[in-house]
Design a protein around this ligand. Structure first.
Ligand code: RIB
Length: 306
């Protein structure tokens, strides 16, 4: 069965500068090289889902400019339905400046632009794409009132909702009540629950806290270490595959998009889907760039056999 996945989220053009090491405050250093590529948490997740075989649709907003056209073209090339993307004359297309050092660590500065202007109106206009999905996924690079409306439409139509609370931000409690599965990293989890992730006990305590706030299913991603899940059916920590990372940009996005392509709506196969998603993100970190690094289903399956 092919999952239908709709992403409500951000589209950015990423400018990545490779540097030997991060600059100190007030310091100027030279970049080794500079590349432009499609990115944005929402767009990366959509492409990850689509490359893993999901029928994917996007709801978001770009500016009326060359970057906006490039983003729509990129998603179309990956067969993502872009009819839910609004072109808005007020703000420019979102962009990100990414510093990537020799250890594969990055620092990202995001200009929200048109992403930040996404409103309930654009979400309402894409009602069909939301109502017809198996999963609707959102992040925190677009306004929460737009996400809230998308999740309301999803719930009215029996669609499962996945929230990736990235980058970390204060959350509207109403949004949590409409979230079926939340996928933070350990920092985002701590900022929402107040519980620092150190071990299994702290993860179970976080799961209990999220359940209190209205979300019953949780995955906490813990970088190169792996991911913890907790659902009604049980919990486990699944270690990540050991690889040499050259660029971790979009590793989390690849994980979420790939997961949504494999997960059953009742989440009964969560461990298998999570393991697939980890394989996909282990491939993404071995290549430069956000969207260019996201693997296809065939690549994930081939890597699983090695
Ligand atoms: O998660 C990676 C993404 O974060 C980048 O593609 C960049 O655009 C920022 O949104």
């Amino acid at each position: 069965m092919t999952n239908r996945v709709t992403i409500v989220g951000s589209l950015n053009v990423d400018t990545t500068m490779r540097i030997k090491r991060m600059p100190l405050p007030g310091e100027t250093i030279s970049a080794l090289d500079k590349t432009n590529a499609a990115g944005g948490k929402g767009a990366n997740q959509a492409v990850a889902a689509a490359r893993s075989g999901a029928a994917t649709a996007f709801v978001g907003q770009v500016g009326d400019d060359a970057n906006g056209k490039m983003m729509i073209k990129s998603l179309n090339e990956d067969k993502v339905d872009t009819t839910g993307i609004n072109v808005d004359g007020k703000a420019g297309t979102g962009s990100a400046a990414i510093l990537l050092d020799d250890d594969g660590q990055n620092s990202i500065l995001v200009y929200g632009g048109a992403n930040q202007e996404l409103s309930v109106k654009e979400v309402e206009a894409a009602k069909e794409q939301i109502a017809n999905a198996d999963f609707v996924i959102a992040q925190f690079e677009t306004p929460q009132d737009a996400t809230l409306r998308a999740f309301q439409i999803a719930k009215e139509n029996g669609v499962k909702t996945i929230l990736n609370p990235a980058p970390a931000h204060e959350i509207n409690p109403e949004l949590l009540k409409l979230t079926d599965l939340i996928i933070p990293n350990e920092t985002e989890s701590a900022s929402l629950t107040g519980i620092i992730i150190t071990d299994e006990t702290s993860m179970l305590m976080s799961a209990a806290k999220f359940a209190q706030m209205g979300v019953r299913n949780l995955i906490i991603t813990v970088g190169a270490k792996g991911a913890f899940y907790c659902t009604q059916d049980g919990y486990n920590f699944v270690p990540a595959f050991k690889v040499k990372a050259v660029d971790t940009t979009a590793a989390g996005d690849t994980f979420i998009g790939a997961l949504s392509s494999q997960l059953k709506p009742d989440m009964s196969n969560i461990e298998k889907a999570l393991s697939y998603a980890q394989r996909a993100s282990s491939l993404a970190v071995q290549k430069l760039g956000a969207m260019p690094s996201i693997p296809t289903h065939d690549e994930v399956i081939a890597a699983s056999k090695n």
